[in-house]
Design a protein around this ligand. Structure first.
Ligand code: MG
Length: 381
């Protein structure tokens, strides 16, 4: 048995599930779900696993890696295809196997029209708990499809001003000083740098970056700090070094000490690992100054849009972030960027096998493509 067939077999895909088949396109397999018992609407979901290659070994407080598994999705209706993506860094608990199992359960052909987005995405959301990246891949593909059918990009459908896109930050992972200096040079087109800290060499990292540039910096601790007094001391030092906010300084479960830090910190404290879905506002309100919303954490654009509105209602800062992703998911998230304070949408720039073209960066700002749907086209690689 080939490794691909073994993979499909392991996932139960070859077991003859209802309406489940797979297509060969080039050297890769797309799993296709297009049939339902009785009448079919012609709404077809396809998906295939893909691995993103990182340009640099990516090191954060939780570990290092050189690739990220993603699932590419397509929803087709009336010969028009919407594209989506699930990015699944290992620490979030999803994988090619879990996404294949989840997506294999979805029957979109039961819906009469792709415009029934609330019905379709509520059905997908309720199918199984969790699986937020896999859910996001369906949500993004459906938004892309519906935008294409309406012949408009989503920022226009939402009534957002493309001139209000924020500066985008470029991520610099932990590394030796010479590599950090190289990465700062690579970040020349960007006006804000996002520096990963939390492994004990924080001051060395910031001083190295500062030896190359005086651009504003935001820092992501990825839960790496454990002592609130030291955290406050660092917050003051970082402010003096030109840092503008601190993301997830302490454990996602340490609400008391984080609330104390937020009350006393001269810099805003943003929740990332502590904040995933709408229900988490109950936990982070009064504990953090703002939230980092990511499509892969919350299940896609439909949730992210509502969560931005909710954060504003609670007078919280909003950042939109990403995982390592192709331009597909990054450009989808960018459609919402006129609504946020900070955009950390550089996941596509960290990989060397992006199969899509989408947002561009001009003068450090996101330029939203004037193209329908989520605004992407396919790269030939
Ligand atoms: Mg983060």
């Amino acid at each position: 048995m080939s490794s691909r067939r073994k993979f499909l077999s392991d996932c139960g895909v070859l077991a003859g599930g209802a309406g489940f088949s797979y297509l060969t396109l080039g050297n890769t397999y797309w799993h296709e779900i297009s049939k339902t018992k009785g009448k079919s609407s012609g709404l077809t979901l396809r998906f295939k696993p893909y691995d993103l290659h990182l340009k640099h070994v990516f090191t954060i407080a939780e570990g290092s890696r050189t690739s990220t598994p993603v699932m590419l999705t397509e929803i087709e209706f009336d010969n028009i295809i919407g594209y989506g993506e699930a990015s699944m860094p290992p620490y979030l608990g999803e994988s090619h196997e879990t996404a294949t199992a989840f997506l294999g359960r979805i029957d979109l052909a039961q819906f009469a029209s792709p415009f029934l987005m609330e019905d379709i995405l509520s059905y997908v959301d309720k199918l199984v708990p969790g699986n937020y990246a896999a859910k996001a891949s369906v949500d993004i593909a459906l938004h892309d499809l519906v935008g294409k059918l309406m012949k408009q990009p989503w920022y226009k459908i939402w009534g957002l001003n493309p001139a209000r896109t924020p500066d985008i930050s470029y991520t610099i992972g932990m590394d030796k000083p010479e590599v950090v200096r190289l990465k700062v040079k690579e970040a020349a087109p960007y006006k804000i740098l996002k520096v990963k800290l939390g492994k004990g060499n924080d001051k060395e990292m910031i001083e190295t970056v500062r030896s190359e540039t005086d651009k504003p910096i935001c820092v992501d601790i990825n839960q790496g700090w454990t002592d609130r007094s030291k955290a406050l001391e660092m917050a003051h030092w970082l402010k003096d070094m030109g840092v503008v906010f601190i993301e997830q300084p302490m454990s996602k479960d340490d609400f008391d000490n984080t609330a104390w830090l937020t009350q006393n910190s001269p810099l805003p404290i943003i929740a990332d690992e502590a904040f995933q879905t709408m229900g988490d506002f109950r936990k982070v309100q009064g504990v953090y100054s703002g939230v980092n919303i990511k499509l892969m954490k919350c299940g896609g654009l439909r949730s992210a849009y509502v969560m931005i509105k909710m954060a504003r209602a609670l007078d919280m800062k909003v950042m939109i972030g990403c995982m390592t992703e192709t331009s597909c998911a990054v450009t989808a998230a960018a459609q919402l960027s006129p609504l946020v304070d900070w955009a950390d949408l550089d996941g596509n720039l960290l990989i060397d096998n992006d199969i899509f073209k989408g947002i561009l960066i001009k003068d450090g700002k996101i330029v939203l493509p004037d193209a329908p749907g989520i605004g992407i086209s396919k790269n030939n690689i």
